[in-house]
Design a protein around this ligand. Structure first.
Ligand code: BGC
Length: 738
């Protein structure tokens, strides 16, 4: 396709490429295929085409940029003016925590192919070229992290003709979901803070923007910035956004108008008005618009415990907030990046809540593109920093195996598994070749059990040795390659042998007398100066969780390790110490080994650290840190303290899969096991998922001491029902009550 750029440097402002279309005769149908470097909207006669926003989304732009084809036949009957407005977005603005401006490109570029089809079967094509005009745009500043300025007094001026772009990008048809405005929330309160600032509370932490419906004097300004929480005095706070300024500024045109940012988004619950031209704040002018990928909701959950229902709400909003085209860590600070570790941790939960097949198809495609020749997968996809800037870490890079496998389990799409199979193998091959020991992953820079609390205060990486985690995930990913290969009819005998060797080596080096240890070849690992024992310690909850959940221990050691884990949890006042690596599997490791009640004790724990601690503190999304807001109301350091990080929301895969008991036995839920673990403290529980075959539901409720069960199985699903009292039955379509 033919790419164009503006005739001058637009700086931080948006630009509009425009053309009057003229065809030799009246077309029957007109289609426009469009994309841009930056973020664009297609307009006909000033009217935006389609309801998707932030197009073309974020991909590994150098390798592929998504285009969309719009039917503009009807719109052209009103006006022949076609325009593509382009702002900086991910491609040209600031991106990555090292604050790279222009990481992909320093220039806004666009390309379009407009095809008119005539009744006689002929067609004419108009492409972006030097005949298009360049106009200034009322968005005079735009940046993903910093926000946007809209100048409604600016009358767009033609500044010359577009210039042929020397640079072009490989264009592909859209692969992922559209990004769309999804929900609209009104302020629940206008607050005057102790500092005297005017703050609007929308009652929900979220991702999107504020829409203004307003009429003011020409040139009057409404400006605000965004925040997730108030500080303990009740003042506006967003120091945790780090360098991201996240402001919005609107210069009013003087007319009645509806205004919203065009090329950016914000993570927020509150806004603080810094400029406002009216006497009284009118909350009716403000609407918060939640924006995310247009995924179909599939999961539903409800139980008799209000705090757990709120936790579920927070998990859902964590996903809404962070599934904006790529699975991001958080939506507010100067990251909003496709962190691979976070994505794999939450992937199963995500695929219960929403239909995320297309969403992952695109992101995993970019992961495969960015995988290094030798198989490494970095911390972030798509890349937002120079190659090698993020770590090639265990549990992060393993997203290359875990996500394709989980998505296959959820939807049974063999073609997609086949597409990602080479990436899975390459990742395992990389671990196999990394370092001096063939069956251990001793070296490398890892993120470890990120944010675990067992290595002392203020330490990010947790105590569990990173090479122990590395080898555990080496085995786990290898097992997934074997499973995937078997589904695909591939010969995976080499990987089967490799798996056995890695597990054997793991046992030899990390388990002694039925307890976690480091010995033998594992001692060859050289710790960096700040990561030496006692900071590093294999005697952790996470070590045991991995041994149990990844089946790394010998069967004779299982009961002992599970007991040690349970004892450690109890000795810690029924509290977890796990981080990103251990937490997702902790409750599974307990309930799968006879400690179902203790798993509930942890789930229902309200004091720090626990899932319900943040709920009790008023959270409406998941927090990055167990103590994002501490008991005394103070904050974790501004360094890294997001209130919208979905990773710990992965607890829902335990609630759905173990508490409600719905487990996939054959991909796409064609065969399931329903083995619920009821607990009187929950009163009742109903979990359901809209599968390809229809709605699958598990319900239980306490009637006094007695537990009643109801399962709904749609046609096409075979369910093995297994109740705690030993009753078992394999059933097909129907409603079953016990
Ligand atoms: C992100 C995490 C991520 C991590 C790597 C952070 O800055 O927000 O969620 O996984 O870095 O350890």
């Amino acid at each position: 396709m033919n790419w164009i750029k503006a005739c001058k440097d637009m700086g931080d402002a948006a630009v509009c490429f425009q053309k009057e279309l003229c065809f030799s005769k009246e077309p029957q149908r007109v289609e426009a295929t469009v994309t841009a470097m930056g973020v664009y909207n297609l307009l006909v006669g000033g009217k935006k085409m389609g309801d998707q926003v932030l197009t073309p989304g974020w991909t590994s732009y150098h390798e592929r940029i998504q285009s969309k084809t719009y039917d503009i036949t009807e719109a052209l009957k009103e006006s022949k003016t076609v325009a593509i407005e382009v702002g900086r977005g991910w491609g040209v603005g600031t991106i990555g925590f090292t604050h790279n401006e222009h990481f992909y490109d320093d220039t806004l570029r666009a390309t379009a192919k407009i095809t008119a089809y005539f009744e006689d079967g002929s067609f004419e094509m108009i492409e972006t070229d030097e005949s298009w005009d360049c106009y200034t745009h009322p968005v005079t500043y735009t940046d993903i992290y910093n926000g946007e300025i809209w100048d409604g007094t600016l009358i767009p001026q033609c500044i010359g003709k577009a210039v042929h772009s020397e640079k072009s990008y490989p264009v592909v048809d859209q692969i992922g979901e559209d990004i769309k405005p999804q929900e609209r929330l009104k302020p629940i309160e206008v607050i005057t803070t102790p500092k005297g600032e005017k703050v609007l509370d929308f009652g929900q932490n979220m991702t999107g923007w504020i829409e203004l419906a307003v009429k003011g004097e020409k040139g009057a300004v409404i400006a605000f910035d965004h925040g997730e929480v108030l500080d303990k005095e009740g003042n506006f706070y967003n120091d945790n956004y780090r360098s991201a300024k996240t402001y919005a500024k609107f210069i009013l045109s003087g007319e009645q108008e509806t205004l919203a940012p065009h090329f950016t988004f914000y993570g927020f619950r509150y806004i603080r008005l810094s400029e406002y031209p009216f006497e009284e704040v009118d909350p009716k002018q403000f609407t918060a618009v939640a924006v995310h990928s247009d995924m179909k909701r599939t999961g539903d959950f409800h139980c008799g415990n209000a705090l757990i229902n709120q936790l579920y709400h927070n998990v859902i909003w964590g996903q809404k907030s962070n599934y904006l085209d790529v699975p991001t860590d958080c939506p507010q600070r100067d990251e909003r990046l496709g962190w691979t570790g976070d994505a794999q941790v939450f992937c199963r939960t995500a695929a219960i809540n929403y239909h995320v097949e297309k969403f992952f198809k695109k992101w995993l495609g970019d992961m495969a593109i960015e995988q290094w020749e030798e198989g490494q997968v970095e911390g972030i996809v798509p890349r937002a920093m120079y190659k090698g800037r993020t770590r090639v870490s265990a549990a992060w890079g393993d997203a290359a195996c875990i996500c394709p496998w989980e998505i296959y389990l959820a939807y049974g799409n063999k073609e997609m598994l086949q597409e990602h199979f080479p990436m899975m193998k390459k990742w395992v091959d990389y671990m196999h070749g990394a370092g001096s020991e063939e069956f251990l992953w001793l070296d490398g820079r890892h993120y470890g059990d990120w944010l675990a609390m067992d290595a002392g205060d203020g330490i990010y990486m947790g105590a569990t040795p990173t090479h122990m985690i590395g080898t555990a995930f080496f085995a786990y990913s290898c097992s997934l390659v074997v499973k995937a290969g078997k589904e695909l009819g591939e010969d995976v005998s080499d990987y089967e042998a490799l798996y056995k060797n890695v597990v054997a080596k793991f046992r030899e080096c990390y388990i002694e007398d039925g307890k976690p240890c480091e010995r033998g070849a594992a001692l060859k690992n050289v710790y960096p100066a700040d990561r030496k024992p006692p900071v590093i310690n294999p005697d952790t909850q996470t070590a045991r969780v991995l041994m149990l959940h990844f089946n790394l221990c010998e069967e004779k050691d299982r009961a002992g390790l599970a007991k040690q884990l349970a004892d450690m949890v109890v000795a810690n006042g029924t509290h977890l110490t796990t981080g990103f690596v251990g937490t997702p599997y902790l409750l599974h490791a307990l309930s799968d080994n006879g400690y179902g009640k203790l798993a509930y004790d942890l789930l229902l724990q309200e004091s720090f650290p626990s899932w319900l601690f943040s709920v009790k503190q008023g959270a409406t999304t998941m927090w990055e840190h167990w103590d994002g807001i501490k008991e005394d109301g103070s904050f974790w350091s501004t360094d890294m303290n997001s209130y919208n990080h979905y990773a710990y929301g992965s607890v829902f895969d335990w609630i759905f899969g173990k508490a409600a008991g719905i487990q996939i036995e054959k991909p796409a839920y064609e065969e399931v096991k329903i083995a619920p673990i009821p607990d009187a403290r929950m009163g009742h529980m109903t979990a359901s998922i809209e599968t390809r075959f229809g709605k699958l539901l598990s319900h239980w409720e306490y009637r006094g001491e007695k537990v009643l069960y109801r399962f709904e199985i749609p046609a096409g699903i075979t369910a093995k029902i297994a109740l705690p009292d030993g009753r078992e039955e394999t059933v097909g379509e129907g409603i079953y009550m016990y």
